[in-house]
Each structure stands twice: as C-alpha cells, then as structure tokens.
Write a protein that binds this ligand. Structure first.
Ligand code: NAD
Ligand code: MG
Length: 394
C-alpha cells in the first residue's frame, strides 16, 4: 500500500488524481489533501477519503473546514499555511506526492518532497521553470523519483531510452518533439485578440484544465514553460527541442532518434493517463481512460510561429539565458495572467508585460532558493509597475 499526498487536490489535476486512486483502493491510501480556498470541495474530499491531514492555505479557510468536519465524525486533522504543506509531504506515511498546486505557490512543498526523497509526480511545471537546477540536484542527491505528469513530458519519458539521464546523444536521441494544440486562438486573426474575454481564452478545444494553464495555452506560454521544463527533466538544451503544432492533441509528444526513428505516445486527451502512469510506474494500471479509436482520426502537424505566439519566443529566450531567467519569465507571466483573468489587461498585453519585465531584470545564476525568490519578487514588482503605468495611460 502506497501513501499518497496531493498538493492541490481540489484542482483539475487533483480531482483527476482522486478519480484514478478510486479505481485502486488496494494499492493506494490518501495521507493528506491540500487546497487554497475551496472549503466545500475539500470537505467533500475529506468525507470520501478520510485523509490523516487536510491543509488549507490560511487559518480562516482551515477554521471553516474544521467546523464542517467536526460535527460529522471525520477524524482528519486540519492544518493551515505554507509550512504545513511542506510538513505533510515529508511525513513518513507519504510515499508519493502529486505536485498539482498551480504557479509559484507550489515551489516550496514540491521541492520539500524532492528533498525528502519521495516519488514526486510533477504536474506543477512552474516549480521546475523557477528552480530547475536546484530541484534536479535535490532529486539526484536525495534519491527521489521524478515522474513527469505534464502530458507532453510524460509522453517523452515513455519514448526515451531507459538510461537517458546519462546523456541524450550517447543514447541516440536526436531531438525532443513537443506537440502543441495551438489553443483556442490558433487560427484567429491576431488583430481581433484585443477583445477576447477570459472565458474565451479558457475555452480550450481539447483539454479541460484550470484557468491559469488554460490562458497559458492560449498564449502558448504553456508550451514555452514546457520547453524549459523539458530541458531540466531530460538534461538537454533548447536547441534540441522542437515545438510542433498538432491541433488534435492525440500525439502527446515524440522523441526523434539518430537512426531516423521517431517514437510517439498517443492517447485520448485525458490527464488520467499520465497520472496513472506516474502512480503505477514501472508497471501499468487502469486509468479509466477510453482506449484510443484511431479509425477516422486525422492527425495533422505544422510549425509553431513565434510571431503569432510571442510568449513562445520569450520562453525560448529565457531557456537559453538560464539562471534566474525562468523565475523572472514565470513571475511576470503569473502577474499578467492574473490581471487578464481579472479584466485588467488585454490578452495581447500578457506577452508585452513579460517582455518588458525580462528586459528590465538582470539574470544571475539561480544558485539558491533565496536568489530565486528575490528574482521572482523583483519580476512581480516590475510587472505590477507596468500594469499601473498602463492603467494611468488608459
Ligand atoms: P487548478 O487551478 O485547477 O488547481 C490548482 C490547485 O492548487 C487547487 O487545488 C488550488 O486550491 C491549489 N492552489 C492554488 N493556489 C494555491 C496556493 N497559493 N496555495 C496552496 N494551494 C493553492 O490547476 P490545474 O489545472 O489542476 O493545474 C495544476 C498544475 O498542474 C499547474 O502547475 C499546471 O500547469 C499543471 N498541469 C495541469 C494540467 C491540466 O490538465 N489541468 C496539465 C498539465 C500540467
Ligand atoms: Mg502540457
């Protein structure tokens, strides 16, 4: 029996993870669930799963949750705050940690899971974008197991040679081909993007996801973050990664080899596949996902344009720059996406905020967590300044 702690259990990935766990009660037990502010949903999850601990982001939400559970005889201990997140991932009873908090808020507990030598099921790509070097060193030094859950990286992982960590070239890998659907605005006239609403941007053609990653998919910053994520996970550089437009989201990514072979992983677009893969690895287990019916499916591929999707170009630039560039890019993007979702920034200006902040920040080696958090803070400050100046102009 493996003990599982889910960071971000009330979100899209968290709920899919519980759906997969429910199919295997003989293999997994839920140790702790965590969420930001979704008290009612968390209360339902506690009633159903009876975890040892539930962690809410603040005291107020934790108090409300404890109040709901108290009268019902649910023995879950309710905790609050950031330190509690890191303490539940490091519990001896926790074997596997699903890292599915969205954004920089996921960095510290995800890093804590790696440092505690756990199996880390990594959905929170922002953690790796911010602190890839530190994170990968923690995984190696503390004997943690890192299983990519992001569908593209899970696909690449499945197509990689077994000893890829020793170096891609030595094992015949030529390139990583990351597929991208192009999101809801793939074919839209760029001149009309000023008017798009948050709901339109979140209406992804193939995937049902949280709002932040949905906006990132519409700008293709998501693919950009994934390029950086792939560099760290697969010990490679951005010049070995190609982004391929694939509107159907059936081929989740590919690995091209020096003998001309291209290995691909295919499946229906449903995150329960990579989640089940990460939980069962190196075995396989049922995920609840329908088998792929290929008859009549038309698979098409094209080039991803950094002109149409400037965020993709900015992320490639940050990947080449290294150091704190990833943390700066990520923080500026988080501020810009929140402003867009709050109706305070037009969609095309997300890329403008990120470009402006990257230009004004100095990139330094991401030597330690203090340096990374300082870069994150400075980028958030500069992005806030940009938004204020813009507000004054309008
Ligand atoms: P979501 O918004 O649906 O859920 C986010 C979860 O994190 C929620 O449980 C929320 O309560 C929690 N959370 C948010 N802010 C928090 C904070 N400050 N402190 C503590 N908890 C907080 O997001 P999602 O779509 O499930 O994505 C989660 C992560 O997985 C993201 O990093 C995303 O990039 C990645 N991912 C998601 C998908 C997908 O299909 N949804 C695919 C690939 C990767
Ligand atoms: Mg992805």
């Amino acid at each position: 029996m493996k003990g599982v702690t889910i960071l971000g259990s009330t979100g899209s990935i968290g709920v899919s993870t519980l759906d997969v766990l429910a199919r295997h009660p003989d293999r997994f037990r839920v140790v702790a669930l965590t969420a930001n502010g979704h008290v009612e949903r968390m209360a339902e999850q506690c009633r159903r799963w009876r975890p040892d601990y539930a962690v809410m982001a603040d005291e107020e939400a934790a108090g409300r949750l404890a109040g709901l559970l108290r009268g019902e005889g649910v023995g879950t201990e309710v905790l609050a705050g950031r330190d509690a997140l890191s303490s539940v991932v490091t519990l001896p009873a926790t074997d596997y940690v699903m890292a599915a908090i969205v954004g920089a808020a996921g960095l510290m507990p995800t890093l804590a899971a790696a440092q505690a030598g756990k199996r880390v099921l990594l959905a929170n790509k922002e953690a790796l974008v911010m602190s890839g070097d530190l994170f990968m060193r923690a995984v190696r030094d503390r004997g943690a197991e890192l299983l990519p859950i992001d569908s593209e990286h899970n696909a690449v992982f499945q197509c990689m040679p077994p000893r890829f960590a020793e170096g891609l070239t030595g094992h015949g890998v030529h390139q990583i081909l990351l597929t991208a659907s192009g999101g809801p605005f793939r074919d839209r006239d760029p001149a009309t993007l000023d008017a798009v609403t948050p709901d339109e941007a979140c209406n992804h053609p193939n995937w049902d996801m949280g709002r932040k990653i949905s906006v990132d998919s519409a700008t293709m910053m998501n693919k950009g973050l994934e390029v950086i994520e792939a560099c760290w996970l697969f010990h490679t550089t951005p010049d070995r990664i190609q982004v391929v437009l694939h509107p159907q989201s059936i081929v989740h990514s590919m690995v091209s080899y020096c003998d001309g072979s291209v290995l691909a992983q295919l499946g229906n677009p449903d995150m329960r596949t990579p989640i089940a893969h990460g939980l069962a690895w190196p075995e396989r287990m049922d995920s609840g996902v329908e088998p792929l019916a290929l008859a009549g499916v038309n698979l098409t591929f094209g080039e991803a344009s950094t002109q149409r999707f400037p965020c993709l170009g900015l992320a490639f630039g940050a990947a080449r720059a290294g150091g704190t560039a990833g943390a700066i890019l990520n923080a500026a993007n988080e501020v810009a996406v929140a402003a867009f979702l709050g109706g305070r920034l037009p969609f095309p200006d997300i890329a403008r905020v990120v470009a402006d902040v990257l230009e004004r920040c100095t990139v330094v080696p991401a030597a330690d967590i203090g340096t990374i958090m300082a870069a994150d803070g400075e980028a958030r400050r500069l992005a806030g300044e940009y938004l204020q100046t813009m507000g004054r102009r309008n």
